[in-house]
Design a binder for this molecule. Sequence first.
Ligand SMILES: Cc1cc2nc3c(=O)[nH]c(=O)nc-3n(C[C@H](O)[C@H](O)[C@H](O)COP(=O)(O)OP(=O)(O)OC[C@H]3O[C@@H](n4cnc5c(N)ncnc54)[C@H](O)[C@@H]3O)c2cc1C
Length: 414
Amino acid sequence: MGTDARKRLVVLGSGFAAISLLKRIDLKEYDVTVVSPRNHFLFTPLLPSTTIGTIEFRSIVEPIRKVRDGDRFVQASCTAIDPDERTITCRATENDAVFTLPYDMLLISVGTWNNTFGVPGVKENAFFLKELSDARSIRERVISCLEAADVPGTPPEERARLLHFAVVGGGPTGVEFAAELHDLIVEDLVNHYEALEGQVRVTLFEAGRSILNAFDENLREYTVEHFGRNDIDVRLETQVSEVRPGGLQLRNGEFVPAGVVVWSTGNGPTGLIQSLPFTRERGGRVLTNEYLQIPSHPEIYAAGDCAVPAGTGLPQTAQVAMQQGKYLAREFNRMARGRAVRPFHFNNLGMLAYVGEHRALADIPKANVRGHGLLTYFFWRSAYLTRLVSLKNKALVLSNWIITALFGRDLSKF
Ligand SMILES: Cc1cc2nc3c(=O)[nH]c(=O)nc-3n(C[C@H](O)[C@H](O)[C@H](O)COP(=O)(O)OP(=O)(O)OC[C@H]3O[C@@H](n4cnc5c(N)ncnc54)[C@H](O)[C@@H]3O)c2cc1C
């Protein structure tokens, strides 16, 4: 039996950075093992659309085992890294079994956790919107609130509470979720819950002075006006101090009753990242060099939301993570052929966001394009459709969009 001369490359995570590397890495040169508690890749840009049924859950996931033949996948969380021994300790997702794996090269691409900024009651009484399970919980809760509000004899104040959907955080995720809720109210409520028409309210709470801070100022202003026209109340400079079972306590003393609270105020480092003995920037991301290596341990690489090349301030976006995964695969393949490794350069392709009522934003500085409206909406849809990983997902999303347009959203709860 011949020995395997390939380098053992262990990849932590099954997100954008990991899948981009996995699709391109030369498996003749590298013995690749992917370790992740999630056995699928999730296309997060379309996650808000699944919360209200515009798109079905399975349409935006890709089983990680199907991405490549010849790699290995282990469903587990990495709990510790021993850089001296070059091993990782993991805990299996299904049975909590603890095991270790050796590596020659390691890629840390474990993403982030939701940041609650220490606000009490968030974990207990609000929904996050990061994983498919979050989207499913939100969808169930929204439908539960609509059903409960439609029960005869529900007191008016309780009905008003159940029909108030609050979103905390004015970044792209919060804005897109509010937009999707609005679409549901306008397009589907009248067919399903006639008696509730005109009673559902959506409020977006933002602690800062504006929403969508990463976007151009005109696009931010357009979004606030567009939301205003569509009865989405945007409350700027409003801090939430606690989330209670029945609603939000604001710092100014006001209590806002709400049936659903979705918390989307940003990212923080995962437990694993916090435990690592590597230098981190203020926001908690691991600092790498321009080759995405940990300077003190060049055989360890870190990419995506959990890391940042020193001095770049790159945003935590799928675009960055994908480019980094692609870059690493390309340079690892060059390295295996004895060629010099080149540094990572981010190519900013711009940002897109959906704002409801078939309108989207596009901020593409390179092409000097800052657009909003219906045409941008079609551009948004086609851009995301082309970025979905498999042909199957593209077909599913396209058919979901067509079915929703023709027959409306499915509001069954089971
Ligand atoms: C609702 C939503 C909408 C978004 N929309 C956009 C958008 O429109 N455009 C855009 O550019 N970006 C968007 N983003 C951001 C984008 O999803 C992230 O920037 C991107 O997912 C980062 O990729 P990643 O590979 O770093 O991490 P992720 O894709 O988050 O993947 C992290 C992986 O690590 C795994 N993991 C976690 N802990 C461990 C551990 N201890 N051991 C092993 N594995 C672990 C996770 O299970 C997961 O598989 C959105 C995010 C959300 C939540």
